[in-house]
Design a protein around this ligand. Sequence first.
Ligand code: NAD
Ligand code: 2HG
Length: 314
Amino acid sequence: MKFVITELIWNEGIEILKEMGEVIYDPNLWKKNEQLPSLLTDADALIVRNQTRVTGELLAQAPKLKVVGRLGVGLDNIELAAAREAGVKVVFARNANAISVVEYVFAAMFSFSRPLEKASQDVKQGNWDRKLFTREEIYGKTLGLIGVGEIGARLASRAKAFGMKVIGYDPFLPPYELACTDIGVNMTSLEKVLAEADYVSLHVPLNDQTRNLINRESLKTMKKTTFIINTARGGVINESDLYEALKSNIIAGAALDVLSKEPPEGNQLLELDNLMVTPHIAGLTEEAQVRTSELVARECVKVLCGQGSLCIVR
Ligand SMILES: NC(=O)c1ccc[n+]([C@@H]2O[C@H](COP(=O)([O-])OP(=O)(O)OC[C@H]3O[C@@H](n4cnc5c(N)ncnc54)[C@H](O)[C@@H]3O)[C@@H](O)[C@H]2O)c1
Ligand SMILES: O=C(O)CC[C@@H](O)C(=O)O
């Protein structure tokens, strides 16, 4: 078996693959458009993160390919219809980084509500301003979830433990899959989530329905005190509309782990004081990456061995 890996993977995953065959691994291969096709001519599996564009054109250059492994959850960089047409299965790291994303969302909420780093810097600069850093508890506040899947559900149960009220919008949730009321999420409309939440957190895939879901009109319906947190995909928020809303204090602040263009180029949002931004790290913890690398390696092998996998994209 030949495995081609174009982006960062942890050793635990590589070890599994090496036992099964040849492993070609270069974390920067996704940038090397001239090299990739020739490596794929006799590859059985292609393993990627979120930067390799897995297009129909690329798949056409990989006649032996049977499986694409996605070291993560978001599938917006993979042309699923083209993979289906080419008979190539796609497996992903179902739920492997969800807890890390949840903890990131708490870090973001606490950065707004208890800004330890800013306060610490202020003291180190010789100040002792206790009033300046008086904020609000998250206890009793409303967390609004847009998308209540693997991440949203885990975030909800932990937010309840902090005494938050949790409301959610997810029109595609199969009722047998997750009883949201059991985990304390009051499911409601998108309009209500936006109007009532003190913290809005996005957990939807990027697709034609969710692109620009948060835009000038929806931002206007939010409270002036609301913070929005985006760990989903940059395209879910219209960035120029968010820029205007933050600049004119239509909402209080935003934390973005994802941007429409990564790394950013000339993105005005980065100039704003009420914006926190991180380089797509919500799912990047040691634990999540070991789980992800092992899971995707194992599931690719299962597909190549003709066994079933619960991580195949349907
Ligand atoms: N920043 C990171 O490091 C990071 C890590 C993991 C996942 N993600 C992103 O988070 C997304 C969600 O991950 P997940 O594991 O919770 O996925 P998931 O598939 O378990 O959950 C997504 C939920 O969104 C719902 N949904 C789909 N379209 C919707 C719409 N138009 N409106 C409202 N809800 C809608 C689905 O019904 C589903 O319940 C991923 O697609 C990925 O893009 C980012
Ligand atoms: O591939 C990555 O590193 C990003 C991970 C994350 O956005 C995901 O969709 O799982």
